[in-house]
Ligand binder design. Structure first.
Ligand code: ADP
Ligand code: MG
Length: 478
């Protein structure tokens, strides 16, 4: 439902709207945060009044207010906008309040909240948002959750500069490049989240070059070229991810070239992420590559040990996983090249402890990660994952892709999706495509396995055994 805020007179009582917004924020916070975090920061949130063009939410103290602003602003604005529409503005006010409305929900959804709950539909489409008119971006990718270190400090600083002072003429475009799983997409979303938090009217658009291409081709076919152009030109900031895939499509490149020029001339910010530097973008015309080089080009490198430990600490904290420091240190020392794998390793250790009902300690972590540690520079071809998974589950080559929804097939498919996500650099779109499905289906499958691993020994075992086989195959052990 959308209530046009602007049409309401200032000061008019807005009990219901305000309560709805409050309830939406609480529901989302309860879904995304651990119970202890929720209790600490959100339990006392209360609906306030409408003043000017902003809706107030009441918080118990100035301290809570500043914490929420610093850490959960995206969560709050996004959920409020789902009730009020994309341009709504929210203000937090510190005030003593009696508990109003529901908002308590004590006990409900708490015990098994993390991961074991199915992903709600809206969450699925937000995550790795494809820019389909979405004004909200996945809220877990912010600057608060990004650990800066020597390996990414320039990219981090550039991203922050762009996010705080758009349009920054000196840095336009910003071109970030680096290997798989090193935080490029995270930074793009962090920029979008930060800008829309600071200035809710900012029109930010995130798109992968693959989606840009697909949408463009579709628009041409359906004679909606003009609408397509407006979608990408009437924005304040355009975040183009995985630009290396633009290489194959000439006409899309031309369209992007004009989009780029239009935005640049109008001093709109452009940020591009790539797996390689501009000069190595094979298949991309020189005039585009030179545009990419014309701003600020920064790289991200694999993080050093200290940064990796800090990333794991933050991940453990956010997911409320109790993992001792020496274990975090151990994991960080073994997974060096890809932060997604690093985080995946932490989840596996937690899952192993959970399914075997043991404490997490060093010995357990060593066992959980035995034979899983990647070799330097080992690249896993997606086809190997598909083949091994099919073989492991006793399926034929076409079964994983088939439309059948029988239980064993679905499980095998979800496991394959999970492994593709953790072990390769494929985007959700690409993973979906491998199964002739869309990215939300891929995300759903991945979340499903993340949730099942700590809960069900059989799933944990399947994922572990398969990973070992896949890694061994990559090493040529068989
Ligand atoms: P890329 O786009 O470079 O392949 P992503 O942005 O998808 O990588 O990052 C992979 C995972 O690692 C994400 O879960 C992201 O949140 C996390 N990550 C990457 N860099 C950092 C960092 N510096 N601090 C915290 N998390 C990070
Ligand atoms: Mg990425």
């Amino acid at each position: 439902m959308t209530v046009p805020l602007a049409e309401r007179a200032s000061g008019e009582p807005t009990g219901t709207v305000s309560e709805q917004v409050c309830a939406a924020v609480l529901a989302r916070a309860r879904r995304e945060l651990s119970p202890s975090q929720f209790d600490m920061w959100f339990a006392q949130l209360a609906p306030g009044e409408l003043g000017g063009d902003a809706l107030e939410l009441l918080v118990p103290s100035a301290y809570v207010k500043s914490w929420l602003l610093a850490h959960h602003l995206a969560l709050i604005t996004e959920s409020a906008r789902q009730v009020l529409g994309p341009s709504a503005r929210i203000r937090l006010r510190a005030a003593r309040v009696e508990r109003v409305g529901d908002g308590s929900g004590d006990g409900v959804e708490r015990g098994g909240r993390r991961k074991s709950m199915p992903v709600p539909e809206d969450q699925a489409s937000l995550d790795d948002a494809l820019g389909e008119g979405a004004s909200a971006f996945p809220s877990r990718y912010t600057f608060d959750t990004f650990i800066p270190g020597p390996s990414n400090k320039f990219a981090h600083a550039a991203a922050l500069a762009v996010a705080e002072a758009p349009p920054s003429k000196a840095y336009n475009p910003v071109f970030v490049y680096g290997g798989v799983g090193l935080g490029k997409t995270h930074l793009l979303f962090a920029i979008a989240n930060h800008m829309t938090a600071l200035q809710p009217r900012t029109r930010a658009r995130y798109v992968t070059s693959e989606s840009f291409m697909t949408e463009f081709i579709k628009a041409v076919r359906e004679r909606r070229g003009y609408q397509f152009q407006r979608q990408y030109r009437d924005v304040d900031v355009l975040l183009l991810d995985d630009v290396q895939f633009l290489g194959r499509a000439e006409e899309t490149q031309t369209e992007f070239f004009h989009t780029f020029n239009h935005l640049h001339q109008h001093e709109r910010q452009i940020v591009i992420a790539s797996d390689r530097p501009p000069q190595e973008l094979g298949g991309i015309e020189e005039r585009l590559r030179s545009r990419f080089r014309s701003g600020l080009v920064v790289d991200v490198q694999p993080p050093d040990l200290e940064t990796r430990i800090a990333i794991l600490q933050l991940k453990a904290l956010r997911d409320a996983l109790e993992v001792p420091d020496d274990v975090l240190h151990f994991i960080a020392s073994k997974f060096e090249q890809n932060i997604r794998e690093l985080e995946g390793a932490l989840l596996r250790v937690h899952a192993f402890a959970s399914v075997t009902r043991q404490q997490v300690d060093l010995a357990l972590a060593e066992r959980a990660l035995e034979d899983l540690i990647p070799d330097l520079g080992q690249e896993i071809p997606p086809a190997a994952i598909l083949e091994e998974t099919a073989e492991y589950f006793g399926l034929g080559p076409g079964d994983l892709v088939s439309k059948s929804r029988s239980r064993p097939l679905t499980t095998a498919r979800h496991v394959a999706m999970y492994l593709l996500r953790e072990l390769t650099g494929l985007s959700l779109i690409k993973i979906g495509e491998l199964f002739e499905r869309d990215h939300t289906t891929a995300l759903h499958g991945i979340k499903k396995i993340e949730g099942l691993m700590p809960a069900r020994g059989s799933t944990y075992k399947q994922v572990q055994e398969l990973t070992k086989k896949i890694r061994a195959r990559g090493r040529g052990d068989r």
